[in-house]
Design a protein around this ligand. Structure first.
Ligand code: PLP
Length: 390
């Protein structure tokens, strides 16, 4: 098998599994219990949170552990609920959220519920800063822009976005406008390959995801700066400082921390490796148009085979045990056209012919040559079939 869909899921590494195992078997205690073994588990849980926080330049107390990135994204938007007097005189809720039009559905769907307005992207997938500035009116309370996009891998200029927000805040202050203005970013895809520091980036809320960094699925976290106030999604025992009640997922958090430790150690070498493999693949593949040319994570390759149905290519590749994707796994399974590829201006035909390759730890260089050979063969056969109207 050659797996090229690491943006959708990553396997849990052996070291991560080993770190987690004791917390299933022996150290299974509820961290809130009063006896000593439970207190030890609690201490290890907090230490693991510290490791996760350290990876983004934060402290354990700044994190709320969640069951993945979807929940963290939903939680981030509760910062809107904490603002008083949110209703206009007519009783309708006022526009208050901006989000990038290429966001993952777990941001898009929530933003839409809050009456959010989409910021446009340029044909290269980067935020249209002029459109952003135009839409950043005095009533905007939250801006959500993913650090790296999950279909194209496009890395957004977050520091620049944060600087624009800082300027807008100062300007509001001068004019006596007290509306909050927060920046949220979903860093699910970026955590593995970018050196993230929340203070340096100027971010108030940051979503991270264990499932994309060779940690267990169903674990994530929201970083919350001192500026942001949230409303809990769940009420109960008061865990995670009252913002996320429910018994802590100790093995999950231990695994997430271990996975991040490993990822940070190999960050530079992995980036180099993926850049080399990307170059090899692009040189050896034939008859494609490259969709994501610049400003992307090193492991993302989006190709367009004009006139060919990528869904069919994926099926034919699967027969040869090569696994790629047409884009976001959730959208792909529902047969929905990618809103991301549409946003960068691809035609319906181009979207239909596009597929995403995301390289990762399960690959090696010999697989890259092998994939190029198999893909060229499959594409050539498919083109011939289409020519013959079969
Ligand atoms: N955000 C981004 C950018 C993602 O790529 C994903 C996963 O595909 C998610 C959010 C959702 O993550 P989860 O399924 O862990 O909740």
């Amino acid at each position: 098998m050659i797996y090229l869909d690491h943006a959708a899921a990553t396997p849990v590494s052996k070291k991560v599994l080993e770190a987690m195992e004791p917390y299933f078997l022996h150290d299974f205690f509820n961290p809130s219990a009063a006896y000593l073994p439970a207190k030890k588990v609690n201490a290890n849980y907090e230490a693991a949170k510290g490791t996760i926080a350290h990876a983004i330049g934060a402290k354990a107390s700044d994190l709320i552990i969640t069951a993945g990135a979807t929940e963290a994204n939903n939680l981030a938007f509760t910062s809107i609920d904490c603002v008083d007097s949110r209703q206009s005189l007519s009783g309708q809720s006022i526009k208050s959220v901006l989000y990038l039009e290429t966001e993952h559905d777990s941001v898009r769907r929530v933003a839409e519920q809050y009456g959010g307005e989409a910021i446009r992207v340029l044909p290269n997938g980067l935020i249209d800063l002029n459109d952003f500035k135009d839409k950043l009116t005095d009533d905007v309370e939250l801006v959500s822009v993913a650090l790296a996009n999950n279909e194209l891998g496009t890395i957004q200029p977050l520091a620049e976005i944060a600087a624009i927000i800082r300027e807008a805040k100062l300007d509001r202050l001068k004019r006596g406008i007290k509306t909050q203005l927060l920046l949220h970013s979903d860093a699910s895809q970026a955590l593995n390959l970018l050196d993230i520091n929340v203070a340096r980036l100027g971010i108030d809320l940051l979503t991270i995801n264990s499932a994309k960094v060779y940690g267990p699925k169903g674990v994530g976290a929201l970083y919350v700066s001192h500026e942001a106030r949230l409303k809990p999604l769940t009420l109960g025992g008061g865990q995670e400082n009252g913002f996320r009640s429910g018994t802590e997922n100790v093995p999950g958090v231990i695994g997430f921390a271990k996975a991040l430790e490993i990822a940070k150690k190999h960050l530079t070498s992995n980036r180099k490796k993926y850049t080399t493999w990307r170059k090899i693949l692009l040189a050896e593949l034939q008859g494609y148009e490259l969709v994501n040319k610049k400003h992307m994570l090193d492991n993302f390759i989006v190709l367009c085979y004009n006139g060919i149905d990528a869904e069919r290519l994926i099926f034919l590749l699967e027969e040869k045990q090569v696994y790629v994707s047409t884009g976001a796994a959730c959208a792909a399974s529902k047969g929905v056209r990618s809103h991301v590829l549409k946003a960068i201006g691809l035609t319906d035909e181009q979207i239909a012919g596009s597929l995403r390759i995301s390289l990762g730890e399960t690959n090696d260089e010999s697989q890259i040559h092998e994939v190029a050979r198999i893909m060229n063969e499959v594409v050539a056969t498919e083109r011939k079939r289409l020519e013959n109207n079969e």
